[in-house]
Design a binder for this molecule. Structure first.
Ligand SMILES: Nc1ncnc2c1ncn2[C@@H]1O[C@H](COP(=O)(O)OP(=O)(O)OP(=O)(O)O)[C@@H](O)[C@H]1O
Length: 338
């Protein structure tokens, strides 16, 4: 039996023409970490809320370990005992201190475990010195750290996080998100998180679900959504990409004609990092640098080859007008399905 199973789940809000979530089905196994990404309004939060039992569906069903998860229309207290959802709007108890907020979620455990877990969470989320303050006395980022600590306290069967790291300082963001996900992984927790940060989706999850207009357009391993996107939308969502017709591909790389059986108007794509640069004299294909953007660790070059402009990653700095040779391995060319 799968841990979580969604079957044909749909939700159309009153007054909306299009469904916010449209006929979604997927399964998740215990211990898997899934991220949900997609443009604004694509239905990510609605999907998460349905899974958490805090939003109703118009059709389809959600099952956790075979048991039906129902929405607020069927429950006096919305939500599911085994599922914890941390929404963008933080839910700390306003009249209680931070330590009381976290402890509340630990009340069912033996004292020794409570003390140990409390100390661990205070330190993990850098809440030392804030333990006895109330939420209103904390900044937005501190409140988010406290809410994360409180959500992680009780180790629910399924943890749902909606943009969990959005208001953290840039300095703490990396540290905390890696710690949270690493901890979830070590504990064997099952976790679904919505994020706008595609880097987080790629680096922290086992699977990525890409949403567009209420549908999941691709759900796959991070490497697959990045390197083998199903369509242009998925390709562009994950950053810089070369997207061109087979015709243009063969103009820039004529040697590929013997390896790749493509129709002239097939759409192909590959990331800028897949192109190798070699000395102009030795390179099979001669390119001219027409632009160079500094990206930190690398430069992203715009290189023109036989009238085709390609994005190319380079460790070395090139100037406009420089000549270089480029090469790509045939296996690194991905043909889009649509
Ligand atoms: N309570 C609501 N009532 C009516 N329409 C809603 C409600 N909540 C969301 N919607 C609409 O449903 C669609 C999906 O919204 P949702 O918040 O799920 O998308 P999202 O992908 O999470 O967006 P974002 O990235 O902006 O947070 C949008 O068109 C939104 O306007």
């Amino acid at each position: 039996m799968s841990f979580l199973r969604l079957t044909n789940v749909s939700r159309k809000y009153p007054g909306q023409n299009l469904a916010a979530v449209n006929d979604i089905s997927f399964e998740l196994q215990k211990g898997e970490i899934l991220s949900i990404v997609g443009e604004n309004g694509s239905g990510k939060t609605t999907l998460l809320k349905i899974i958490g039992g805090v939003e109703d569906t118009d059709g389809g069903e959600v099952r956790l370990l075979g048991e039906l998860v129902t929405g607020p229309a069927y429950n006096l207290v919305p939500g599911h005992a085994e599922i914890k959802m941390l929404a963008q709007d933080l839910r700390l108890m306003p009249k209680h201190t931070i330590i009381e907020n976290i402890s509340y979620n630990l009340r069912g455990y033996v004292q020794e475990f409570q003390d140990e877990r409390l100390e661990y969470l205070i330190s993990l989320f850098r809440l030392q010195g804030l333990e006895n303050k109330r939420p209103a006395q904390l900044s937005g980022g501190q409140q988010q750290r406290a809410a994360l600590a409180s959500a992680l306290a009780e180790e629910p069967a399924l943890l749902l996080l909606d943009e969990p790291f959005s208001s953290l300082d840039i300095m703490l963001k990396d540290e905390i998100r890696h710690k949270v996900i690493r901890q979830a992984r070590e504990d064997g927790d099952t976790l679904i998180f919505v994020t706008h940060e595609v880097k987080d989706a790629l680096s922290l999850s086992d699977k990525v679900a890409v949403m567009k207009a209420g549908k999941i357009v691709q759900m796959d391993r991070p490497q697959a959504v990045y390197e083998q996107p199903r369509d242009e939308y998925v390709a562009y969502l994950f950053g810089s990409v070369n997207l061109l017709s087979a015709n243009d591909l063969f103009r820039a790389f004529p040697e590929l004609k013997k390896n790749k059986d493509l129709h002239w108007n097939d759409k192909v794509c590959f990331r800028p990092g897949k192109i190798s640069i070699c000395a102009s004299e030795t390179g099979i294909n001669h390119g001219l640098v027409i632009g160079a953007d500094y990206m930190g660790d690398t430069y992203e070059l715009e290189v023109e080859v036989e009238g085709v402009v390609l994005k190319v990653n380079s460790k070395k700095c090139y100037q406009r007008g420089d000549k270089l040779g480029i090469y790509i391995h045939p296996d690194d060319i991905h043909v889009l399905e649509e």
